[in-house]
Design a protein around this ligand. Sequence first.
Ligand code: SF4
Length: 360
Amino acid sequence: MLIGAETKLFALRLSLSPRSTTIDTLRRLGVSYEALSLDGIQGLSSEDHDWLHALYKSEETFHRVPFQHAMTLARRRRALLRAGYCLVPSCEMVYVAAHHYERSLRLQMQALYRSLHTIDDDERSRLAPVLARIVAAWQTGVMHHSSNSGSAGRLQFRLYDIDRYAELHFPLCMKHLHHKLRENHHLKYNGRVQYRMFLKGLGVSVGESLVFFRSEFVKVMPTATFEKEHAYHIRHSYGLEGSRKDYEPLACAQIIHGSTPRHGQYHGCPFRHWDEATLCRELSRCGLDPSTVSRVAGEVGQGRSQSACRMLFDATHHVSYAQAAQQSQGTGVAVQGGGGVVVQHPNAYVEVSERAESAN
Ligand code: SF4
């Protein structure tokens, strides 16, 4: 099941890359095939020629691939099968690469399984925690794409380090969602949207987002359910499905004026949607002294949620939000409110928090 899911993710990543990446990947796996132009294929009947041309009009290069390496395409009648070979157009070579990737994963896992049974108990107990750490890092998406653009590209954020980073730099709304995701291995609709768009704003790619949410959700649901009910929405929020709109992370105003979380929901803004006792408890847990807690609560009572959020920042960082935000001007994060500096966007909070740390 895990290998199938990883192969799908691998194929998805390849399909989002330039076409030459697929051929390069195959080459790195030590695989190459004869490449032919449509007119250069020997012994093709005029019906076969027309069929290929109708299916792949703009395709110039076809690859002669052994049938067993292109079973998915043959099954779907997306490649012409002749004399034990499939004629696969370049645009469909992702399926061939996925076949080799899956095969290589299986072989490596078999080799690992065999080697674990040949080592003694002492060695196994020494290696077990190391392997567990590798798996955990891999499951939370250790590969961070350096190609992310915008302010996210300048952040130190790495998904494999999210637990530590969330404590240091996430605003309370996102920290809360992160804790609840780790605790329940699930978030309801509004929480999923709020949190995954925030992560997207931090530079998490669609592939990483799929791996990250899958690694939690499959603890409480079958992988097939995740693929059916959640993977589509993650790809959708990156503009890869449906209307293909590239959605933006939610700003504070949208979160604050959005729907109020009900029982079992964790979205929203704590300074707007939490009752006073819960908020004060959480502020104390963040290390605020009683007088600061009561000042923040007073600000909340006046309906100034974003200003209260800034006060929490000031109390938990060595540099004030206003000072650190000053250094963030020109980086694309909006920080200036009508009556002074307030938190305008959860992603801006993260950037300002990082700057506060580096200024320290
Ligand atoms: Fe999150 Fe904005 Fe509320 Fe702060 S003010 S907790 S960043 S929604």
